[in-house]
Design a protein around this ligand. Sequence first.
Ligand SMILES: Nc1nc2c(ncn2[C@@H]2O[C@H](COP(=O)(O)OP(=O)(O)OP(=O)(O)O)[C@@H](O)[C@H]2O)c(=O)[nH]1
Ligand SMILES: [Mg+2]
Length: 396
Amino acid sequence: MAPVGARTAEQKLAEAVNLLQALDVEVFHAESVQLSRIIPATLVGGGVVERLAEVVKAKQLDVVLVDAQLSPRQQRELEVKLNVKVLDRTGVILDIFAARARTRAGILQVEAAQLAYQQSRLVRLWSHLERQRGGMGKTGGPGERQLELDKRMLRSRLAKVKAELREVEQTRGLQRMARNRAGVPTVALVGYTNAGKSTLFNRLVSAGTLVADALFATLDPLMRKMKLPTGQEVVLIDTVGFIADLPHELVEAFKATLEEVTMADLLLHVHDAANPEQEAQAADVENVLGQIGAGGKRTLQVFNKVDTVADVYVPKEAWGVSAVTGQGVEDLLAAITERLQEGWVKLKVKVSAADGRRLAWLHAHGTVETQELKGETWHLAVRLNPADAAQWESMK
Ligand SMILES: Nc1nc2c(ncn2[C@@H]2O[C@H](COP(=O)(O)OP(=O)(O)OP(=O)(O)O)[C@@H](O)[C@H]2O)c(=O)[nH]1
Ligand SMILES: [Mg+2]
């Protein structure tokens, strides 16, 4: 079931099916339901519930996904009426995150989000049950005692997870600072889920990142240090895919992941050029970028999968590439170099041929445009960022 929003009903439905397939769930039935008004108890009207109950029975389904936010009450009532487990959008996305988390930070972030989700469900579910039994106002009922126990357990686990998460975040912050001190700029790949970020990441660094035709194949930012054709070093960061209507509690839980994006020197916004929804997806990505404070960042627009369609549209200001065939990747690398070097200064320097240390430093930090050996001295023309240029002066 999928509510109708800005996208067409079919598009939303297709994405919901994709979400489930990312969990290796076989989908036997999918349909959109037009909501003329919202029924508090079951979200959809009684007629629809009855019809769906028949589908569930006839096809012997194990689970029903409602691609919307369900209140705990709606979830319960639907489970009773359909006689099957019911999941909502947040629940499914949390399951996907949990299945894909690999690093310590990622696993902790998912658990924190799951605990917070359970906490809100638990409290509302129990208060609803208590009200039904007429237990309001009285204290010490069996349900209330159990509720207190469950609440306490969730609270203490959540506190523990959050403390560990803070620790991990601190370490990450230190790593980031070390990187910045070393003057290595960071380039982050962002984009809608399934746009091909991880494939492009692999193509760019030829490192072993998980690539799968599934949503959220990547949960944690993967980082690789790589050399640009000019010899300059950068850290490339792969990130989790963005999706439409990301539940608010998940944005919070993934702040540490997205923080890498806000700290990056350059973003590569990867678009799936072959996807008819590309424009809507791009708007969603821009929207989330704004929410996490990365709205005005230096960005290259990368239109990926140009190999799939004959007359694929690539806007003038964008870079058309295929992460699979490698088409356009060389030009993209050149563009990355150029954008990173905006505002750099050009120096003409002389270095003794015996001074290997300073020569190596220049090659690692800057772009050596020309070099000529005159006697025992190298004459070089180098481009450096202003901070490195200042450091070079102090190294003399
Ligand atoms: N034909 C073609 N397919 C591509 C290209 N790039 C990626 N794909 C395919 O698109 C699918 C998704 O690629 P991923 O790299 O996992 O996408 P992603 O953006 O990292 O996805 P998430 O991590 O889920 O956000 C895979 O099946 C890739 O093989 C391309 O240039 N051409
Ligand atoms: Mg990925």
